[in-house]
Design a protein around this ligand. Structure first.
Ligand SMILES: *Cc1c(COP(=O)(O)O)cnc(C)c1O
Length: 402
C-alpha cells in the first residue's frame, strides 16, 4: 500500500526495540491492551483510507504543510550558516503535538473507543488531545499534576472550554511523571472502553514507534522544501528534546543521510548537579521508567531524580528510547542549553525575526545561535520551531521583567 503520510516501513530490526532500548515494561493487565493497540495500529498504517483521512485533516484542519522559513536577519547577524526555521509553531493549537493527537485520535475512533485519556505537563498535549476529541466527538479526561495546573492555568482553561475534564494529580512531585502514572492507573481500570493517547515518543511499545511515525511528517516536509529552495540537504537539523517527539519527527527522514548532523538539545536548567536540570545524557543512566528502557535521571538507589527546566515541556526524567539508541551509536549528538540561554534566545528571535518561540523551542534556537557562526555562508542549519511562545507569557513576564 502506498504511503501517503506515514513512513513506508519502520527502520527498527525488532518491533519496539531501538538497539537495546525500548520494549514493554508494564503490569500484566496492560499487556493485552498494548498488543491490541500494536495490531490495530499496524492495520491502520497499512490502510490507505486511514492515511488519506489523516492527511486531509493535517492539511485542512491543522495547517500542514508548515512553512520552512529562511531567517535572513538572524543569519545576517550571526555571520555563518543560513538558518531555516521549520514553523511547527504555526499549527493549530500552537505546537507539533497536534500531528500525533490527530493520528491517535483517528486510531481511537477506528478501534471503537469512546473515551480518551491523556497526561500533560505544560498542557500543550492536553490541549491538542482535547481539541481532537472535540473534533471527533470523543469523551476526554486529561491528567495533570497540581503544580503544573497552577503554572499553566491558561491551558487548563482552554481544555475545559474544549469540553475535557482536567483531573489534578496530587501525588509525588505533582508534575508530568505523576500525571503519567495516574493515566496508566486509569487505563488499567478502564482498558476496554478507553484509549490512552500518549503525548511523546515515550512509554511502552508501540507508543514510541507510533508517535514517531505521526511526527515524521516534519522531516519529510523539511527535506522536500529544502530541496526545492536550495537543491540540497542541510548540514544539520537542530531540535529540542523533552520526551523526544518533535526531535525524532525532525530527524527521522535524515537518519540514513549520514552527512546530515542531527543535534538534540536537552534542558540544562540552572546547573549541572542532579535535580538542577533535565539533561538525561548528562548524568542519566539506562533504566526503566513508565514502560520503556531508556536513559533515566536517577540517584544511586535508583530513585527517579527531580528535574528542573524553565520550560515545562522539557522537564522529564527520561527520554524516548529511539534517542537513547541514536545517542549510543553516535548517529545523533545531544547537547544542553540552560534556562538563561533559552530566555536569551526568546528575546533574540522575537526582536530579530518577530517570532516568539515556545521556551522549549528556544533551547534549539539557543543551540543554533552557538553553532551557526562555526559554519560558512553556503552551509545550512534547520531549526525545528516546535511551538509558539504565547503559553509562556506568564513565565516570560516574570523572568524577563517585561
Ligand atoms: C511538548 C513540547 C515539547 C517537548 O516534547 P517532545 O516530545 O520532546 O517534542 C517541545 N516543544 C513544544 C512546543 C512542546 O509543546
Amino acid at each position: 500500500m502506498a504511503s501517503i503520510i506515514l513512513p513506508a516501513s519502520p527502520s527498527e530490526s525488532r518491533p519496539g526495540r531501538f538497539g537495546v532500548y525500548g520494549g514493554r515494561y508494564v503490569p500484566e493487565t496492560l499487556m493485552a491492551a498494548l498488543v491490541e493497540l500494536e495490531r490495530e495500529y499496524e492495520a491502520a498504517r497499512a490502510d490507505a483510507a486511514f492515511q488519506a483521512e489523516l492527511s486531509s485533516l493535517l492539511h485542512d484542519y491543522a495547517g500542514r504543510p508548515t512553512p520552512l522559513y529562511f531567517a535572513s536577519r538572524l543569519t545576517g547577524q550571526l555571520g555563518g550558516a543560513k538558518i531555516y526555521l521549520k514553523r511547527e509553531d504555526l499549527l493549530h493549537t500552537g505546537a507539533h503535538k497536534i500531528n500525533n493527537a490527530l493520528g491517535q485520535g483517528l486510531l481511537a475512533k477506528r478501534m471503537g473507543k469512546q473515551r480518551v485519556i491523556a497526561e500533560t505537563g505544560a498542557g500543550q498535549h492536553g490541549v491538542a488531545t482535547a481539541t481532537v476529541c472535540a473534533l471527533l466527538g470523543l469523551e476526554c479526561v486529561v491528567y495533570m499534576g497540581e503544580v503544573d495546573m497552577a503554572r499553566q492555568e491558561l491551558n487548563v482553561l482552554r481544555m475545559r472550554l474544549l469540553g475535557a475534564e482536567v483531573r489534578g494529580v496530587s501525588s509525588g512531585s505533582r508534575t508530568l511523571k505523576d500525571a503519567i502514572s495516574e493515566a496508566m492507573r486509569d487505563w488499567v481500570t478502564n482498558v476496554r472502553t478507553t484509549y490512552y493517547l500518549l503525548g511523546s515518543a515515550l512509554g511502552a511499545h508501540p507508543y514510541p514507534t507510533m508517535v514517531r511515525d505521526f511526527q515524521h511528517v516534519i522531516s519529510k516536509e523539511i527535506k522536500q522544501q529544502l530541496l526545492e529552495k536550495e537543491g540540497r540537504l542541510p548540514n544539520a537539523v537542530i531540535a529540542c528534546v523533552g520526551g523526544g517527539s518533535n526531535a525524532i519527527g525532525a530527524f527521522y527522514e535524515f537518519i540514513p543521510e549520514r552527512q546530515v548532523r542531527l543535534i538534540g538539545v536537552e534542558a540544562g536548567g540552572y546547573g549541572p548537579a542532579l535535580g538542577e536540570h533535565a539533561a538525561r545524557f548528562r548524568g542519566g543512566v539506562p533504566g526503566v521508567l513508565q514502560g520503556t528502557f531508556s536513559y533515566v535521571l536517577q540517584d544511586e538507589d535508583g530513585q527517579i531524580a527531580l528535574t528542573h527546566s524553565v520550560s515545562a515541556g522539557l522537564d522529564y526524567a527520561s527520554i524516548g528510547p529511539e534517542h537513547a539508541a541514536l545517542h549510543d551509536t553516535g548517529r545523533a549528538e545531544y547537547t544542553a542549553q540552560d534556562d538563561a540561554a533559552a530566555l536569551d534566545a526568546v528575546i533574540r528571535l522575537s526582536r530579530t525575526e518577530g517570532i516568539l518561540p515556545a521556551l522549549e523551542s528556544a533551547h534549539a534556537v539557543a543551540e543554533a545561535l552557538k553553532v551557526a557562526p562555526t559554519y560558512g555562508p553556503h552551509d545550512i542549519l534547520v531549526v525545528n520551531l516546535s511551538g509558539r511562545g504565547d503559553k509562556d507569557m506568564g513565565i516570560l513576564a516574570r523572568e524577563l521583567k517585561l
